[in-house]
Design a protein around this ligand. Structure first.
Ligand SMILES: NC(=O)C1=CN([C@@H]2O[C@H](COP(=O)(O)OP(=O)(O)OC[C@H]3O[C@@H](n4cnc5c(N)ncnc54)[C@H](OP(=O)(O)O)[C@@H]3O)[C@@H](O)[C@H]2O)[C@@H](O)CC1
Ligand SMILES: [K+]
Length: 517
């Protein structure tokens, strides 16, 4: 499902009205009815009877007027609160406000001088509050008065349903314009806005329900938004179907170059994740002195011990052996627990210059590249880089805080500039393709911020690519399933105590949930 910015959504609204001749008031009616259905259903579930609709002066407020009319006509006790001067309300919103007046729906204007406690006392009388103060038109910090209205809605401690986006959240990026409504549910029109998806906006959005309001699919196709949300249906559509008469060779051979003294666990987690993601065979290159440990722990993977120049570290003296195994593999991962060294830089240089096998670079491979990004120009095959924000900061020389503020842009620019697939990890992992295409992931939870979680992700991505899935899709699907397995692990044992191994354990269940077997 595509995700849009506020400007793109305004463009879609305009195209719908001007190019397709669908009047704005019809879109507003569709929007209001969509919210009404959700609110009505929710009231029935909770046995509620009274609704307060708090409206602003724009079209978001106009949607609120439609909701109020629909509730009124379905015999729900409803009152409209207008925040600010109603005289400035115009266009379709005004038309709907006039209808409410003729129907004698109770309306009260809250003015800047309003006593907060009086308003709070009023709101507390209702079972549910509809938030229709600001939608995608909010573009600056809210003033003190509106800030107070928003805080009062939150303090009322009632079920809150926001229209399109919680008021106070900037639809462009999910930042908060001073203060914002904390919604239980947000009814989002046509397509999610970046502000509903990115943090902290996503937190304020609560449960997101996307409803069609009649924007033609043709308009969306012609706008061609470049960002998309990874959904279960999409992942299902790209995972290969398993035929009955197959053997392990049909599901790809993976080669993992990982682990160093004290870091064999990273190599193991990566290998286990490869196998749990459905790949047929995995070989792991491991410094000779660590081979015994790996053989004991990893029963299903084949270890390929490498002679070592420096104890416990894979080095350039191993390159021939590495290249040979790579040439027999469908995908390779380098980096988890490898230890950062000049040696590893040289290994990467050789691989980039001589191999076309798709490669996933993680952890120490990324740190090795941080000072020698130009090596990426040597790449002959597809490459996936999986930095967390700190690794991205090293790769780009941009401060972590700035990266976190512009995750989509920074991942996107890096992917296009260096012709690689970038997985910028963190809450709402971003997958950026060299083509400019962007995926945002919504699965996952804070419990996954644990040692080894990234090694598991690297294993899944490599496993999917080895199974022949196109690398960008394989990467986005892997990110989704990694998060889903993490969510299932958290569901079973809670976020606090979960470890990366629990994500691996839940991987088959996550896959089963998606493909159904
Ligand atoms: N035809 C359509 O397009 C459809 C739209 N639909 C609905 O309309 C919503 C968008 O409506 P909208 O564009 O009227 O803006 P909205 O979010 O209601 O804000 C109102 C105005 O507030 C102002 N403002 C901004 N920041 C401010 C601040 N900090 N403090 C105070 N004021 C501030 C700013 O005006 P300004 O002051 O900049 O002139 C802004 O215009 C959309 O989310 C959806 O719900 C649907 O009905 C389908 C059809
Ligand atoms: K709103």
């Amino acid at each position: 499902m595509k995700i849009v910015s506020n400007t793109q959504m305004k463009q879609l609204d305009r195209m719908t009205i001007e190019q397709y001749g669908i009047p704005g008031i019809l879109l507003m009616e569709n929007a209001g009815i969509a919210v009404f259905h959700e609110v009505y259903h929710h009231l029935q579930m909770m046995g509620g009877k009274q609704v307060a609709v708090v409206c602003g002066r724009g079209n978001n407020g106009g949607d609120g007027f439609v909701v109020a009319r629909q509730l009124f006509q379905h015999n729900i006790k409803v009152k409209v609160f207008i925040s600010g001067n109603p005289a400035v309300i115009g266009g379709d919103a005004k038309t709907n406000l006039e209808i409410l007046k003729r129907l004698e729906v109770p309306i009260e204007v809250i003015s800047p001088g309003e006593n907060k406690n009086v308003f709070l006392g009023q709101l507390k009388q209702y079972d549910l509050i509809v938030d229709a103060i600001f939608g995608i038109g909010l573009d600056r910090n809210v003033d003190e008065f509106i800030g107070r209205v928003i805080e009062t809605i939150n303090e009322a401690e009632k079920t809150v349903v926001s229209i399109d986006i919680p008021s106070g959240v900037n639809a462009a990026d999910g930042s908060i314009c001073g203060t914002a409504v904390k919604a239980h549910k947000t009814i989002v029109f046509q397509l999610p806005k970046l502000g509903n998806i990115n943090y902290p906006g996503s937190y304020y959005t609560g449960e997101m329900i996307v409803k069609n309001i009649g924007i033609p699919q043709e308009a969306i196709i012609s706008l061609n938004p470049r960002i998309q949300m990874i959904t279960t249906d999409w992942v299902k559509s790209i995972l290969p179907k398993r035929k009955a008469d197959t053997h392990k060779g049909d599901y790809g051979r993976v080669y993992i170059v990982a682990g160093s003294t004290g870091m064999t666990g990273a190599a193991m987690l990566t290998c286990e994740a490869v196998l749990r993601s459905g790949a047929g065979l995995v070989k792991v290159a491991i410094p000779q002195s660590l081979n015994n440990i790996m053989e004991v722990r990893l029963t299903e993977a084949i270890t390929v011990p490498l002679p070592e120049l420096k104890k416990g570290v894979v080095g350039i003296s191993d390159i021939e052996k590495i290249m040979k195994t790579m040439s027999q593999s469908d995908a390779v991962a380098v980096g988890p627990g490898s230890g950062q060294s000049r040696e590893l830089e040289e290994v990467l240089r050789n691989i980039f210059e001589n191999s076309t096998t798709p490669i996933v670079l993680d952890a120490d491979a990324l740190n090795s590249l941080a000072n020698r990004k130009e090596l990426l120009k040597l790449l002959k095959g597809p490459a996936v880089l999986t930095p967390h924000p700190m690794e991205m900061a090293r790769l780009t020389q941009i401060a972590v805080e700035d990266i976190q503020k512009n995750r989509v842009e920074i991942a996107g620019e890096f992917a296009q500039k260096w012709n690689v697939i970038v997985v910028l990890k963190g809450a709402r992992t971003v997958v950026a393709a060299p083509s400019g295409e962007i995926f945002i992931n919504t699965t996952g939870n804070p419990g996954m911020a644990t040692a080894g979680s990234g090694d598991v992700l690297t294993g899944i991505i490599t496993g999917f690519i080895a199974q022949g899935i196109e690398p960008v899709s394989a990467t986005a699907a892997a990110v989704y399933i990694h998060g889903l397995a993490g969510d299932m692990a958290a569901g079973d044992i809670g976020e606090y105590g979960m470890m990366a191994g629990d994500i691996v354990t839940h991987l088959p269940h996550a896959l089963k949930k998606i493909v159904g077997k």
